[in-house]
Design a protein. Structure first.
Length: 333
């Protein structure tokens, strides 16, 4: 499939059999395109890049080099999942880069949302380019472009940073799923053997938790956000009918709370303290241009509230954001 236009006669990939046929076709196409050369891939752990990585491992084996950059803005357990699936289970050449301090140091004291996004994007490109220059013989760049990226973004998937690579790192693109929709990519991922947690991973903004830890990011508030978000997703995942997307945002302001500590007489007494608020967002949407808030069961909301305030240091208040888009946006920043 060399065209950027999806053929009208192309069947929707809805079954394992159709997914396997697609995989077989793309394995042959990748081998024909790449030959005996090497391919480099920025592996975020998202659905699209993960499916492309698994497909390329199947097609060219150890001639694929995956770079996973941990910038400290991923959700709880995601870097560990990438290492487990691709390095330990699939045997991929995985280059893991711990760049947490590098990113967070650059973001310290920066509260403007657009400036934060630019810092995160530029730093990712710099880290990826540094790792790319350490490898010899790489002529191709694997990319998780899917069909909506082509129709809505003129073919450039911005969070994979292809357009921003330095002049000496202009590779030929390998885009095996570029004519698929997101639901089709998931079917292919299942057929490739990727775990459900990765295949059905919720949409996640390019800057990661950087836009959900609003204002100037601090490490303690970021850690609190990561823990609270994990609790929120764990509890909502138990529901039979789940919203399209659900997550926690921890804004940069504090409110008064009460914590109970033992006094000199051994009795517990309440002490006032200032803590952060955690906002629960749960929405349904088709194309993300509009979104409707989803009412969560009261019992679930109470469980999330009780667990976050009991288990996460620094958070003393849990709120439910039931705004629609428009007037609000899905993300706070």
């Amino acid at each position: 499939m060399n065209s950027n236009k999806r053929p009208e006669a192309m069947k929707r990939i809805t079954t394992p059999a159709l997914a396997q046929t697609f995989i077989d076709e793309q394995v042959e196409a990748v081998r024909a395109q790449v030959g005996n050369k090497k391919v480099l891939l920025a592996l975020s752990g998202g659905v699209d890049s993960s499916v492309v990585a698994a497909l390329l491992v199947k097609a060219i084996g150890d001639r694929l080099f995956c770079v996973h950059v941990n910038h400290g803005l991923l959700r709880k357990g995601e870097p560990e999942m990438v290492i487990k699936v691709f390095k330990e289970e699939l045997g991929a050449n995985l280059i893991y880069v711990d760049a947490v301090d590098r990113f967070l140091d650059k973001l310290a004291g920066v509260d403007d949302p657009e400036t934060k996004r630019k810092i995160i994007g530029k730093e990712f490109i710099d880290v990826f380019a540094e790792e790319a220059r350490k490898l010899d013989g790489v002529e191709f760049l694997g990319q998780g472009t899917i069909y909506p990226d082509i129709t809505e973004s003129k073919g450039v998937k911005a969070h994979h940073n292809v357009g921003g690579l330095p002049e000496d790192l202009q590779f030929e693109l390998v885009e095996p799923v570029k004519l698929l929709y997101k639901d089709e990519v998931r079917v292919v991922g299942k057929e490739l053997g990727l775990p459900d947690r990765m295949v059905y991973r919720q949409p996640f903004p390019g800057p990661g938790l950087g836009v959900r830890c609003t204002g100037a990011i601090t490490r303690d508030r970021l850690d609190a956000l990561r823990e609270a978000d994990a609790i929120c997703r764990e509890e909502i995942d138990k529901l039979e009918e789940k919203p399209w997307q659900y997550f926690i945002t921890v804004p940069d302001f504090k409110s008064t709370g009460i914590k109970y500590v033992k006094g000199e007489d051994g009795q517990e007494e309440g002490q006032r303290y200032m803590g952060w608020s955690a906002f629960i967002t749960s929405v349904n949407t088709i194309h993300q241009l509009t979104a409707e808030s989803v009412q969560l069961p009261w019992e679930t909301l109470c469980t999330i509230r009780d667990r976050i305030t009991a288990e996460v240091d620094g958070i003393n208040r849990v709120l439910w954001d039931f705004s629609n888009k428009p007037v609000a946006t899905i993300e706070f920043e």
